[in-house]
Design a protein around this ligand. Structure first.
Ligand SMILES: [Zn+2]
Length: 211
């Protein structure tokens, strides 16, 4: 599996494109605005078809490019039902955006939940529900690759803000301790913004939620 880190959109939200050229398939995790322009040439070069788009959560900066990606590829969209309102009516977050933007709803094909396991790109994936930044934040964990894509629950040296609608810091702390810090220590954590980190590093040094 190849991993392409594609920061995009007005606040440099990380999209992660996972490709498996030997299978001719790819999965995109999160869709910031204009991400398709970065995704398309990689799919062409690696001769992969985008089969799925996984949304870690429903905030506009992670979903803004979703409708365009789906129109171009027919990818099926996965997300957690507790962010359904955010995904289907992204404009409700308008007052938290720096500028006025046209936002498109994304149609979700399959709602996923805590503990769900499925296979993608020939690998096992586990979904963990990590609310607190928003109600429907999930992470996608690839045990074999030692990688977790956590959305805005946890960042390198920081955590997601809990002061937006539906946010709750106590819940975020519980999610991080119960669902992220319990992953194997060497697991690489890929957050929705900024650089990657590891479970061990955050448990030992994160100033907001200690391990
Ligand atoms: Zn967010």
């Amino acid at each position: 599996m190849n991993l392409h880190v594609l920061p995009a959109g007005p606040i440099q939200t990380n999209a992660y494109l996972l490709t498996a050229p030997e299978r001719g398939e790819a999965v995109l995790i999160d869709a910031p605005g204009d991400v398709w322009a970065d995704v398309e040439p990689i799919l062409k070069k690696e001769q992969c078809r985008l089969t799925e788009l996984w949304l870690t959560h429903g905030h506009w900066d992670h979903t803004q490019g979703g409708a365009e990606v789906v129109r171009a590829t027919g990818a099926k969209v996965l997300a957690h039902a507790e962010d359904r309102v955010l995904i289907e009516t992204p404009e409700i977050m308008e007052r938290f955006m720096g500028e006025k933007m046209d936002l498109e709803a994304v149609h979700v094909d399959r709602w996923v939940g805590q503990g769900e396991k499925f296979s993608a790109l020939g690998l096992d994936v586990e979904v963990r529900h990590v609310p607190g930044h928003c109600p429907g934040n999930v992470l996608f964990y690839f045990a074999a690759a030692g990688a977790a894509f956590v959305g805005d629950a946890l960042f390198k040296g920081s955590v997601g803000r809990a002061d937006l609608p539906g946010g709750d810091f106590a819940q975020l702390e519980t999610s991080i301790r119960g669902q992220i810090y319990t992953l194997p220590e060497k697991t690489v954590v890929f957050p929705g913004h900024g650089p990657k980190t590891t479970v061990a590093h955050e448990r030992a040094t994160n100033p907001y939620v200690s391990g």
